[in-house]
Design a protein around this ligand. Structure first.
Ligand code: AMP
Ligand code: GLY
Length: 429
């Protein structure tokens, strides 16, 4: 084995805490850094206050601390070209180039790629003017889905129940509601079915499947209310049977990786496929070019062994050498958010009893928007904690996660009480 190296994780959310948490146990890591990190990450890595979009600052940090490998958590620096900046500075980085990150950075790019290569996805129109958009919406009827082309912090998708709602959404996006992300529109067939996410490592050519998960995007129980970044997740997702996993890989992920290589944008990093599954067939809803948040918080506790060699192999084109093993147990994360989220919320309240909750058997607490101040952990964002538990079944993991969430003393926070409901209804376990 080669000598241990210094590693930097870029980002500050629950996803980055889960990555830091697993990398901290790697024998291949000498010193672990996170920029900018959060109050919980500080337990396992040295947090350095450099923003994820401050590319010069990140390169300076790598030079100052002899960091040899950088794992980029969020999409914005990937789409902005951080990986090629690091590589030009002689630093190995995990994540796609900006050209490959177009899979998340431009929904129109992905739709056109799918169309060119026969990858199953919803029928669509890509356009930049209201006239074409209106004609297509009127021809297709409702429900219909209207999307801004670019990154819109997860808010650029409107599921319109009527033609009028779709027309209004198209007009608003083209009017600049999401800034330049809305210079182009995608108008898409509404797909029915069950949603699931699938994650794979890719090294430009080879695909190493990781695992499936299901997110809970809506703020309210029973999947009601406004959409959020994700209020909880579990892995594996029962809808992704071994046969379904095979179809996802053969029909969607492998053809995408081959298409990206053929088009001169080889994809390296983590590929996250958002899927709609109906009638035994998966269709691609969207790609993300990084781990999901909170899905990463349910994948990492199920990973047995060392993540570092797999991330390095993906970055260096050696994934064919790697094997990963997954616990058959279910992991489930309950997100605790500040009251008011995803609307306005207050920062600064103190969170207590985190240690007692984290000591429960099979429980790990990942921090997202937290800040450590004079020994206190304070809320510092919308999604604040990811209370995660492993169990023999979804029901058991759910019971343990809520037991831990109930130990945490944070009156200014809230969580959904039904994370995992779909799997429990399906399995009756
Ligand atoms: P996206 O960011 O493209 O994944 O869209 C966000 C959410 O909107 C997805 O997780 C789905 O719940 C929903 N969605 C997106 N596209 C469609 C579609 N074509 N049909 C039905 N629901 C969709
Ligand atoms: N949880 C959804 C996402 O990370 O995009």
């Amino acid at each position: 084995m080669s000598a241990p190296i210094n590693v930097l994780v870029v980002g500050s959310g629950g996803r980055e805490h889960a990555l830091v948490w697993i990398l901290a146990r790697s024998p291949g890591v000498e010193r672990l850094f996170c920029a900018p990190g959060n109050g919980g990450i500080a337990d396992q890595a040295r947090c350095v206050d450099v923003d994820a979009m401050d590319f010069d600052g990140l390169i300076g940090l790598c030079r100052a601390e002899s960091i040899e490998f950088v794992v980029v958590g969020p999409e914005a620096p990937l789409v902005g070209g951080l990986v090629e900046r690091l590589e030009a500075a002689g630093i190995t980085a995990f994540g796609p180039s900006a050209a490959a990150a177009a899979l998340e950075g431009s929904k129109g790019f992905t739709k056109d790629l799918c169309a060119r290569h026969g990858i199953p996805s919803a029928a669509y129109l890509r356009c930049a003017d209201l006239e074409s958009a209106s004609a297509y919406i009127r021809r297709q009827g409702a429900p219909i889905v209207v999307k801004a082309d670019g990154l819109a912090a997860g808010k650029g998708v409107i599921i319109a129940q009527s033609i009028d709602e779709a027309l209004a959404a198209a007009a608003e996006i083209l009017d600049g509601r999401f800034g330049a992300a809305g210079n182009e529109l995608i108008i898409e067939e509404f797909l029915e079915g069950e949603e699931a996410s699938f994650f794979a490592l890719v090294d430009g050519q080879t695909v190493l499947p990781l695992a499936s998960a299901q997110d809970h995007k809506a703020v309210g129980e029973g999947d009601t209310g406004a959409n959020t970044g994700g209020m909880g997740a579990y892995s594996p997702a029962p809808v992704v049977t071994p046969e379904m996993q095979h179809r996802i890989l053969e029909d969607i992920i492998k053809p995408t990786v081959a298409a990206m290589a053929a088009e001169g944008r080889p994809y390296r990093g983590l590929l996250y496929a958002g899927l709609m599954i109906a009638g035994g067939k998966p269709k691609l809803l969207e790609y993300n070019v990084r781990f999901g948040d909170p899905e990463c918080q349910v994948l990492m506790p199920r990973l047995e062994g060392d993540l570092l060699p797999a991330l390095l192999a993906a970055a260096e084109g050696r994934l064919a050498e790697v094997q990963l093993h997954w616990s058959p147990e279910t992991a489930l994360t309950v997100v605790m958010a500040a009251r008011g989220y995803p609307g306005d919320y207050q920062k600064g309240s103190v969170i207590e009893n985190l240690n007692a909750a984290g000591e429960l058997d099979g429980v790990t607490i990942f921090h997202a928007g937290t800040l450590r101040e004079n020994g206190n952990i304070r809320a510092n964002g919308g999604r604040v904690l990811g209370v995660t538990a492993l169990g023999a079944s979804v029901r058991e993991a759910q019971a343990k996660a809520y037991e831990a969430a109930d130990v945490i003393d944070w009156p200014e926070g809230f969580c959904r009480r039904d994370i995992g409901w779909r799997a429990i209804a399906r399995n009756k376990d």
